[in-house]
Each structure stands twice: as C-alpha cells, then as structure tokens.
Design a protein around this ligand. Sequence first.
Ligand code: SIN
Length: 487
Amino acid sequence: MKTSQYDVLIIGTGIAGLHTALNLPSSLRVLIVSKDYAWECNTFYAQGGIAVAVNHDDIALHIKDTLEAGAGHCNQEAVEVLCTEGPEVIQQLIKRGCMFDKDELGCILYTKEAAHSTNRIVHAGGDATGRVVHLFMMEQLRVPILYNTQVTDLLIENGRCYGARVFHADNVFNIYANKTVIASGGVGSLYEYHTNARTISADIQGICLNHSIALADMEMMQFHPTAFVLGNAVRKQLLSESLRGEGAKIVDEDGLRFVFDYDERGELAPRDIVSRAIFDYKDKTHKEVYLDLSAFSEDHFKQRFPSIYFNMQNIGYNIPQQRIPISPAFHYAMGGIHTDLFGKISQVEDLYAVGEAAHTGLHGANRLASNSLLEGLVFSKRVATDIIKTIDIKREIKEFPEVEDVLINENDKELKNELRNIMWCYAGILREEKNLNKAMNRVKEMLELPIGKLLKLRLLVSKEIIQSALNRKKSLGAHCMKEEISL
Ligand code: SIN
C-alpha cells in the first residue's frame, strides 16, 4: 500500500481533464488518473468538431441555437458563458499551435451540423477533431498521468473532499489532494448501443450518489441519430452529423427521405427529433434505414472524412457509393453531477466536476451538436481559475483507511449486459411508464444480489436515470414519453 499527496488530483484524461491541467501553474503538484490509456475517452473519438461563434455578431446566434436545441430547459447563464468565452479559448488553442483545418488561403474552415443556423464548427484532421485536439494537449502536458487506475471512492468527510481512493497495479491506496476534479465523462456503457469509449461507465456518478452528492437532469440522455451498430464492437461507429451538414441524406430502403414527415428541417432537425424519427420509422415500417452518401465524390469524401472512410471500408462498405445502415445510439449525457459555473459542487468543498460528468444546465434537454468539446475547454478553464484563487496548499491532510472493496464479482458480466439491454429498451429513446417501472424493479432486484462495487455503481446511476424519467411525466427534448407524443 502506498499513499500520495498532491495539490490537485484530476480524474480523467478527456478534453476537460487535460485542459484543467494545462491551465494550472507549474508550481502546483498535479496528478491525473486515467482508468485506461489516456486516449480511451470520448474526446478522442469525437469526430464533428467544436462549435464556436465565427465573429462577435455570431455569439448571440450561437446562444439562441443552443437555447432552442435545449428545448427551453437550458441554464441561460451557462449558455452565455459558453458562447461568449468560447472564441477566446479556441484562439488560445490556435496560438498554442493546435491545427484546425484550413482552406488553401489559410482561413479556418467551418462546417455545419444540425440545429446550427450557420456554419460555425471548426474541425481538425477532417473528421478526427477529438483525436487531433487530444494528441495536441497530451504533447503540451507537463504533469504525470497514472494509467490503468480505477477510482473506487472519493475521500470525503464533513463536507470536504481530500482526494480519491484508487485501485492500481493490484493495490488499493489513497491519493490525497487539496483539490479534486472529476472529469471522467458520462454514462455510455449503461446502454447496449453507444458511441462512447469503453471506459465511460458512470462509476464516479455512482460514487457521488453514495455520498449524497446531487445529480441533475439524469433523464436527459442524448441519442445520436446516425451510428453503425451492426457487428460486435462495444463502441459503435459514429457517422458524424457533419456528414449530413455537408449533404448526406437519411433514406429508407426505397430511397424515401422520411425524416421530412417528422420535421420540416429533415436531416438537419435537432438530434432528438431525428433519432426519434428513425427509431419510430423502423419500428412502424420494419424497413431498414440508411445514410446515403452519394452527394460526395470519393476523392472529396476520403479527404474530408478520412476516419469514417477507412473505418467503413475496413468493415466492408464501399463508401461513399454504398449506403450505410444506421440506427440511433446513446451518445451523450446532458445530466450529471450538479455544479455551479466554476465547476464547484455545492455539497462538498474542494471538489469540482467538469465536462460531460458535470451538469451546469448548459445543454438543457438536448445538447446542440459540437457544443461538448467547447464546454470541456471553457468550463475547465474556469475550474482552473477557481482552484488557483482558492487553493490552500497548507491545508491539513486527513488520513482515510485504505479499504479494499470487492470491485467485481463472478456473475457481474452477465448482469451488466442485462442492465445495458434494460436501459436501451426501457429507458432509451422512447419511454413508457410501465416499462420504466419494469426497469426500476429489475434494477432494485439486481442491487440486492451479491455483486461487485463497480456494477453497484452502474446500477445506482441507472436507478437515478429511471427515477428521473419517471418523475418527468411530460416529454421534453431528449426525454420522450411514448404515450405523450404524436409522431
Ligand atoms: C458528430 O460528429 O456528429 C458528433 C458531434 C457531437 O457529438 O457534438
């Protein structure tokens, strides 16, 4: 057993965690813990880009688009922070040397995604924005990362956080810190079909529930309309919304662009609407639904969307000529650990949450496309600012026992898969009260079984999602009660 002491402990190596670290002074002793490799995070797999106002006049429009996509449920102040501070953080990244895609004259290229009223999404490496930005940040980073480290608890006493307990290299030990930042992402692995990194499994949200830290808007789960879900891969292949922004069409097996029957904006309606349209259309017609890429020439497609091109060619699809069968898949949690606009968690001193793990109310009931990487950048900078302002490096350490929990039990894998199926079928795109109750009963039963701590944490968060869905009787944004809607 070994014990360590830092000024700041950051949990997670996505954009929010890395950018927090990059904004802290080198005088602070900072440690980042990563559950797996650093790149096994949602940032790394982000394709489309980063939404940012293209000029001063566009800030108001970016705010308006974000509020509208959020279905009237956004925290307006959080939206204003994002859209107003966004351009500066992107400029700082560019000044530091991050390479976004440019045209032949050296001007930044902006693409469009659904529910944006203008082209305002910067991208890098074509459709590899997350990978390029992640790599860039990793190269800039000057603080250590402890890999393959599972956080098993937060060290909290009398309303103050003192760090985290971790399992690493077959050892349990405590990492003490004056400030702890949760930047561990969302809840993707709770769902059978999802586009998330395999590490994203709601552990820290579950730990928060165990410490009575409030999660908010947990019924607000976003499903991306266009994923390739066939095959056994755990993380389903995302087909970026920017494909549709630049001309891809959603069609049924007869070539009908049926999404227009659901919304006059067709393929470019907000994500929740397009996902529901595909889900409902498949259910009612039993027809296959495809993404038709015939608007692109092969040369252009290969150059603009190289990752999707090579990934789909590897699976055996001759794109852009051949259309790709698609389905919605879980993509992003609007709900999360409730914080203020500096990432602070009100119930616990010295504890922050940022990025997808956090809930500021920014995304409301439905996140506007490509706002999440910007959120990671803007709010992590604010977290770092608050840490610098308030850290007390002489704060007294409090010793905690190094408790060895049983993390995984024999039957957990089977139960975990059952849970994923329950969440997909009963707490997914279209919800019904009777199904939510069924899901709740089974989750409660599972919680009584002899299970490991990691599964217990997943179940606690699933229960929270289901309960929040049951509490919200009327459909709103991504939360859709079947009996409520007329499709
Ligand atoms: C995409 O490329 O479609 C994903 C963008 C996002 O999740 O905002």
